[in-house]
Design a protein around this ligand. Structure first.
Ligand code: DI6
Ligand code: FE
Length: 407
C-alpha cells in the first residue's frame, strides 16, 4: 500500500462513536491518500505500506479539521459604532427598528464591490482558519436583492477557491426587510421566492437556504413560503429560530427536514421534540449570546434528553457576534451553556458536519472520510475549550495536503 502522508506517534480524537471519550485512540497512526483518510488506528496495527512522507507528531493530538457551520463572513463595513451605542443602553431591537443594525450593514454591503467583499472576508477567514477550521459555512443576507445576494455568495465561493478551506454557501435573503420594501414584507418574500432563490439556485451559488424567523424579521407564515420554495428548488433548509422569542420556528423547520435550527435560546419542548424527530441539529451560538448579554440559556438538557445533536459555531457577523475564534466559542459553550468539553468539540466537528449535511464525509477521523485534520499541542482534548485566548494549533491538513506543516 502507498500513502501520500503517514502521521504517527500521535493521539487521535476521532470524534467517532467508538465508546471511548472523544473516540480517542492513544498511540495512533493515520495514513492519507488521494485527499482521504486511508487508514486510522493503533500504530501497532498499521498495515505494511510505504508513505511518500512520514511525520512523527511527538504525542500531539489530532482531531478532525474544525467546522464553523454558521457564519455571515462576507459583508461591507463593520458595526463598531453601534457597539458603542449598545453600551450606552440602546437594545438590539431598538437599533434594528431605528434602521440601524442589519440595515446599516446592508447599505455597506451593497456599495462594496465583490473584490472588496472578498478581501475583507479573506482577512477574517485567515484568522478563523489559523485555529484549524477547514470547513466553513458562509451566508448571504446583507444584499437583500438578487444582484447583491449574488455578489455576496459569489465572494463566498471565491474564498473557497483561494483559501485551503471548504466553503458551503447558504442564501439568507430572508434575513431582513430591505428599505425599498418598507411596509411590504409579504411583497419582499414574494421577490425572494419568485426571483432571488430560483436564480441563485440555477447559478449554483447556494448550497442551502436559511431565514430569520423572528418578530423583528419574518413571520412563520413567511418563513414557510421560503421553505416551500427551497423544497421546490431541491435545496436543504436551516433556520435562525427562537433567538429572541419563541416563534415555533423549530417545529416549522423540522417539518421541512431542516439540517439545523440555530440560536434556540427560546426553544420550547415541542420544538425540541420536532427537531429530534427530523434529525435536525441544534446549532448553539454563544458569541451572540455573549454580545447581546442574553441571559436565557438554550434548553441544553432538553436537547440532550431528546437526542438532538448539538453544534457550536461562531455566527460570525458584524452586529451580534464579531468573533474570529471558534475555539473561544467552545470555551463559551462550556462556561455559559455548560456543555462538556467533549460535547463542545463534537459541536465543532461531527455535529457541525451534520448541520451542513456533510456527515458522510466530514467531521470525524475515519477511513474514507476527507483528510481534513488539525494537530494540537495539548495534553488532553479538553484543553480545546479550557484555554480561552491563545491558539494551541500546531498543524493543519486539508484535503490530504499540509496547510500548516508540523515541525
Ligand atoms: N441573527 C443574528 O444573530 C444575526 N442575524 C440573525 O439573523 C445578526 C446579524 C446582524 O446583526 O448583522
Ligand atoms: Fe446568524
Amino acid at each position: 500500500m502507498t500513502w501520500d502522508l503517514l502521521l504517527t506517534d500521535c493521539r487521535a480524537a476521532t470524534m467517532s462513536d467508538s465508546g471511548q471519550p472523544y473516540g480517542a485512540i492513544e498511540d495512533a497512526a493515520i495514513s492519507l491518500r488521494g485527499g482521504k483518510i486511508a487508514w486510522i488506528g493503533r500504530r501497532g496495527d498499521l498495515p505494511a505500506g510505504e508513505a511518500r512522507e512520514t511525520v512523527r507528531l511527538g504525542g500531539r493530538w489530532v482531531s478532525p479539521g474544525l467546522i464553523d457551520c454558521h457564519t455571515h463572513l462576507v459583508y461591507g463595513g463593520d458595526r463598531a459604532a453601534e457597539f458603542e451605542l449598545r453600551l450606552k443602553g440602546t437594545s438590539y431591537e431598538e437599533i434594528a427598528k431605528a434602521g440601524g443594525g442589519i440595515a446599516s450593514t446592508v447599505t455597506a454591503t451593497r456599495s462594496a464591490g465583490i473584490d472588496e467583499l472578498a478581501a475583507s472576508a479573506s482577512r477574517r477567514l485567515n484568522e478563523l482558519a489559523s485555529e484549524g477550521v477547514t470547513t466553513i459555512e458562509i451566508k448571504s443576507g446583507y444584499g437583500l436583492d438578487l444582484e447583491n445576494e449574488r455578489k455576496q455568495l459569489a465572494a463566498a465561493r471565491r474564498l473557497g477557491e483561494i483559501h485551503p478551506v471548504a466553503v458551503r454557501t447558504t442564501c439568507l435573503a430572508a434575513h431582513a426587510l430591505p428599505p425599498e420594501f418598507a411596509g411590504d414584507s409579504d411583497g419582499y418574500i414574494t421577490r425572494v421566492c419568485d426571483e432571488i432563490l430560483p436564480a441563485l439556485a440555477r447559478e449554483k451559488l447556494a448550497d442551502a437556504v436559511d431565514a430569520f424567523c423572528e418578530k423583528i424579521a419574518f413571520s412563520p407564515a413567511q418563513t414557510r413560503r421560503v421553505f416551500e420554495t427551497a423544497r421546490r428548488l431541491g435545496l436543504p433548509v436551516k433556520l435562525h429560530a427562537e433567538q429572541l422569542s419563541d416563534q415555533g420556528g423549530a417545529q416549522l423547520a423540522s417539518e421541512f427536514g431542516a439540517l439545523s435550527c440555530d440560536h434556540l435560546e427560546y426553544a420550547s419542548e415541542t420544538g425540541i421534540a420536532a427537531m429530534a424527530k427530523s434529525g435536525t441539529v441544534a446549532v448553539l451560538l454563544p458569541g451572540a449570546f455573549y454580545a447581546l448579554r442574553e441571559t436565557k440559556l438554550p434548553p441544553i438538557d432538553g436537547f440532550r434528553k431528546a437526542g438532538v445533536p448539538i453544534a457550536v459555531s461562531t455566527d460570525h457577523n458584524p452586529g451580534t457576534s464579531p468573533t474570529l475564534s471558534l475555539l473561544l466559542m467552545l470555551s463559551m459553550a462550556t462556561t455559559f451553556f455548560r456543555l462538556t468539553p467533549e460535547e463542545a468539540l463534537l459541536g465543532a466537528t461531527r455535529h457541525a458536519a451534520k448541520a451542513l449535511g456533510l456527515q458522510a464525509t466530514h467531521g470525524q477521523l475515519r477511513a474514507g472520510m476527507a483528510a481534513d485534520l488539525a494537530v494540537w499541542s495539548i495534553e488532553r482534548p479538553a484543553e480545546l475549550s479550557y484555554w480561552f485566548g491563545g491558539n494551541p494549533n500546531a498543524g493543519i491538513v486539508q484535503n490530504g495536503s499540509w496547510v500548516k506543516r508540523c515541525m
